[in-house]
Design a protein around this ligand. Structure first.
Ligand SMILES: Cc1cc2nc3c(=O)[nH]c(=O)nc-3n(C[C@H](O)[C@H](O)[C@H](O)COP(=O)(O)OP(=O)(O)OC[C@H]3O[C@@H](n4cnc5c(N)ncnc54)[C@H](O)[C@@H]3O)c2cc1C
Ligand code: SF4
Length: 473
């Protein structure tokens, strides 16, 4: 009889909705062995091609079944510098698990029966971190004399830095914020990605010799030209997509309406949930509306409901989305978790206007109901407003999480760097080379918002091209 998938241990939803402690507790050794034993070791494993960095999934799962966890760790590390992070945040149901042989053909996301590759990866990554397993750097006479600057310490910058450091190259990361990690730290909350895990993955880069300068905005403190003059032979740009989009509807500038970026940054990076112990405040409304259907919206809503619970406010946080749950781009697990924690979902709804009180604070949201029409350019069915369906809801705080655009601090002062109409850096997709010789780019600043592993995939391609470039100098 076919074995059932092993479910992962999670904190009880009533408890976790009041805390920022990690929700998913992960696989025990016994769980990992049982789940790994379900993998049928396909002759032509699709899971590997479904992974944006091509991890030898079949290979590392086999090593788990042999209880060779060190071997499993080094198998993953051949392709992925950050298994503990990816094992926690990768949208595996749209990637490796979706093409696992156990997912039925044509499904929009992985079936429950697909091997839980991400939880196995997390188990192995955490094993490696616990044992401080470390990959060694090469000792290439030419490369070890080279110095490369990496701008941005999100997954793209960190991954590129790691790949180059492994080749023995001296790497210096410049990060504009006071802390490293990019969205991994200021966007994704600790109940999904605990900070000790992030720190331990970043520390393993430092052990490889990577130097990190925080509070350093390239484009303001120094230009690209100046970095070259200082002796950097190549530069990688992992600038991310840090600029929030808005809906452009009346009332969107009222007080207590945040972009998800601001809301999450205040809490994740500036400990606003501990105000007044920490200096940054954040509003905790009685009726919070979060607009959007992606990971950012789920994170904002789950942070909001925690803040309500922790402050003794009867939880009332609602996600408002124009389409249905099937079209939501968020990870399926996060959607389930949000619901379990008490977040309400009002679907097929389009916000039309925010209404404020006499002091300029939001008090209501006016919206219309929608139905799904024909598919649009994204392939998803387009939401169409139903005439005369307008309604109002109480809303004393709103968080807009409808997308992010290019961060232009550096590109705006570097006219030789070619960008597209969205402000994203234009690259050769094979080498990630930009219009400036010796400058490469990857992650969300190329092609817009993506995923952690996609950002890492681009960074890896760039690192290969950077090494080629350096060897030819
Ligand atoms: C709230 C949220 C939740 C998400 N959840 C998931 C998830 O669960 N799974 C998933 O796969 N993806 C998720 N994503 C998407 C994913 O986080 C991004 O695709 C990924 O972080 C992009 O990596 P990056 O390195 O390109 O950019 P970023 O992570 O944005 O990092 C860019 C870094 O560059 C710095 N920087 C920018 N300009 C400069 C400059 N001029 N000088 C110095 N430093 C600079 C920024 O401060 C930032 O730290 C989420 C995104 C958000 C916003
Ligand atoms: S496709 Fe699924 S079953 Fe086949 S090797 Fe990959 S994880 Fe194992």
């Amino acid at each position: 009889m076919k074995k059932q998938p092993v479910s992962v241990k999670e904190q009880d939803s009533a408890i976790r909705a009041k805390s920022f402690e990690e929700v998913v507790l992960g696989f025990s050794e016994e769980n990992a062995l049982e789940e790994a034993s379900r993998c049928i070791q396909c002759k032509e494993p699709k899971c590997i091609s479904g992974c944006p960095v091509g991890i030898n999934i079949k290979g590392f799962i086999k090593k788990i079944t042999e209880k060779d966890y060190d071997g499993a760790y080094f198998t993953i590390r051949e392709k992925n510098n950050f298994p503990s992070i990816c094992g926690r945040v990768c949208p595996a149901e749209y990637q490796c698990r979706r093409v696992c042989v156990f997912t039925k053909k044509g499904e929009p996301f992985a079936s429950k029966e697909a091997i839980n590759i991400h939880f196995l990866e997390r188990f192995v990554g955490d094993h490696g971190a616990k044992k401080s397993l470390q990959v060694k750097a090469d000792n290439d006479a030419k490369l070890s004399k080279m110095k490369v600057a990496v701008v941005g310490s999100g997954p793209a910058g960190l991954c590129c830095a790691g790949e180059l450091a492994r080749r023995g190259i001296k790497v210096v990361i410049f990060e504009g914020l006071h802390k490293t990690g990019g969205v991994l730290r200021y966007g994704i909350p600790p109940f999904r990605l605990p900070r000790n895990i992030l720190d331990s993955e970043i520390n393993s880069l430092k052990k490889l010799g990577v130097e990190i300068n925080t509070n350093y905005i390239v484009g303001k403190a120094k230009t690209i030209d100046e970095l070259f003059k200082e002796g950097y032979s190549a530069i990688f740009l992992g600038l991310g997509a840090g600029i929030p989009s808005f809906m452009g509807i009346p009332g969107e500038n009222l007080c207590n309406i945040y972009s998800a970026n601001e809301f999450l940054t205040r809490v994740n990076l500036m400990s606003a949930e501990k105000f007044p112990e920490y200096h940054t405040p954040v509003t905790i409304g009685k009726h919070i509306v979060v607009i959007g259907g992606g990971n950012t919206a789920m994170d904002a809503a789950r942070v909001a409901i925690r803040l309500q619970n922790m402050n003794g406010i009867k939880p009332d946080t609602t996600i408002v989305y124009r389409r249905t749950e099937v079209e939501m781009p968020a990870r399926r697990l996060e959607i389930e978790h949000a619901k379990e924690e008490g977040v309400k979902f009002d679907l097929l709804v389009k916000p039309e206007e925010f209404v404020g009180d006499e002091k300029g604070f939001v008090k209501k949201m006016r919206a219309s109901r929608c139905k799904l029409g024909e598919p649009d350019a994204s392939g998803r069915r387009r939401p169409e407003v139903i005439p005369n369906s307008s309604f109002e809801v109480d809303c004393d705080e709103a968080v807009v999480a409808i997308g992010l655009g290019a961060n232009k601090i550096l590109t705006s002062v570097t006219p030789e760097l070619t960008t597209d109409k969205y402000g994203d850096v234009t690259v050769n997709p094979e080498t990630m080379a930009t219009s400036i010789k010796g400058v490469f780019a990857g992650g969300d600043i190329v092609g817009g918002e993506g995923t952690v592993i996609e950002a890492m995939g681009m960074a890896k391609r760039a690192s290969v091209a950077i090494v080629d470039y350096l060897l030819k100098l």
